[in-house]
Design a protein around this ligand. Structure first.
Ligand code: 3PG
Length: 389
């Protein structure tokens, strides 16, 4: 892979694909983590003397039409404040765009272009014709083979990885390809079905796999316990048993909580009751792991050489069901291991428990982070490898 940091960009037209897909409310960006992560790349291109164009998608608009709800304008407003150079929005750019050295032109949402999502070749070629160098820096969208993340790179004179993408790949590689052992992965979230391939892939490489949230409920049921009215997937019980057997055959395990926090309803004011896992009643819903289980998991985390965290272990949005996730977050924060966290809910937990500066690396990827954990090659990375060969 060619790296942007190694290239001479003086006077070059540089088109950077970032993942600036951030939540916007009333025209204002409400979480700027991805924007902050992209700034160093844009600043480096400017410092290298480039004429900089930046593009991204935002949300999932109907393709092929303008929709002000999904405009990049709020992102442009943010960048204009964060960067010390002129920043402007270009709504029509496919047939050519004026851009000077020292300024940043941000393209309107790439998903307003017909053919973006299906990686249309004619669209890709139009984008490629706008630049001398295409920089793929959008790790968060690297799992999508779309015109702005893949096709454009095949046709641009030069296609390279931006520093953020390179940094993400390095951190994930460090955690998964040659990790300091024991390697502990914590996979929470609501459903086994959405993370089955992640669990399968991780159970083959980690020393200890910890499951939490609704995912754990299916494992609790697989261990023969009543889960009452909890969210779980009956049709995946055999799959869960197979994953446990697989982990155990490698000398590891997928431990099931010994105590859980239950309630009779899903609501912010629901009363939390602590129960042993074998005492869950027919009308109970499991919303968190109990303190004994959290302590046991904290011990596992304490002894880890590498920690991969994706997904909370309880309904942490409600404080009474957040203690398990809080304890895990603290254990990760206290650990000397190389730790990496990724995925939307995970980052919300990292923020809520204020451990962002104690995690070794926080990924900007949601779906892309998961696909990396699944061991899949990301299409944008495959393209960069092809172009760098
Ligand atoms: C994300 O937020 O995961 C990325 O920006 C990709 O967005 P998408 O799932 O709409 O392709």
């Amino acid at each position: 892979i060619i790296n942007m940091s190694d290239l001479d960009l003086q006077g070059k037209r540089v088109l950077i694909r970032e993942d600036l897909n951030v939540p916007v409310s009333n025209g204002v960006v409400t979480s700027d983590a991805r924007l902050r992560a992209s700034l160093p790349t844009i600043e480096l291109a400017l410092a290298k003397g480039a004429a900089v164009m930046v593009m991204s998608h935002l949300g999932r608009p109907t393709e092929g039409e303008y929709n002000s709800e999904f405009s990049m304008q709020p992102v442009v407003d943010y960048l204009a404040k964060a960067l010390s150079c002129p920043v402007r929005l270009a709504t029509d750019y496919l047939d050519g765009v004026e851009v000077a050295v020292g300024e940043v032109v941000v393209f309107e949402n790439v998903r307003f272009n017909k053919g973006e999502k299906k990686n249309d070749e004619a669209l890709s070629k139009k984008m490629a014709a706008l630049c001398d160098v295409y920089v793929m820096d959008a790790f968060g969208t690297a799992h999508r083979a779309e015109a702005s993340t893949n096709g454009v790179g095949l046709h641009a004179p030069i296609a390279c990885a931006g520093p953020l993408l390179a940094q993400e790949l390095e951190a994930l590689g460090k955690a998964l390809d040659n990790p300091a052992r024991p390697l502990v992965a914590i996979v929470g979230g609501s459903k086994v079905s959405t993370k089955l391939t992640v669990l399968e892939s991780l159970s083959g490489i980690v020393d200890q796999l910890v499951v939490g949230g609704g995912i754990a409920n299916t494992f609790i049921a697989a261990a023969g316990h009543n889960v009452g009215k909890s969210l779980y997937e009956a049709d995946l019980i055999d799959e869960a048993k197979r994953l446990v057997a697989n982990a155990q055959s490698r000398g590891g395990d997928i431990p099931v909580p010994t105590d859980v926090v239950v309630a009779g309803e899903f609501s912010p004011t629901a009363a939390a009751t602590l129960k042993a896992v074998n005492e869950v009643g027919d009308s109970d819903m499991i919303f968190d792991i109990g303190p004994d289980s959290a302590e046991a998991l904290a011990k596992i985390i304490e002894s880890a050489g590498t920690i991969v965290w994706n997904g909370p272990v309880g309904v942490f949005e409600f404080d009474q069901f957040g203690e398990g996730t809080k304890r895990i977050a603290q254990a990760i924060a206290d650990s000397k291991a190389f730790s990496i966290a990724g995925g939307g809910d995970t980052l919300a937990a990292v923020d809520k428990y204020d451990i962002a500066d104690k995690v070794s690396y926080i990924s900007t990827g949601g779906g892309a982070f998961l696909e990396f954990l699944e061991g899949k090659e990301l299409p944008a990375v495959a393209m960069l490898k092809q172009r760098g060969a």
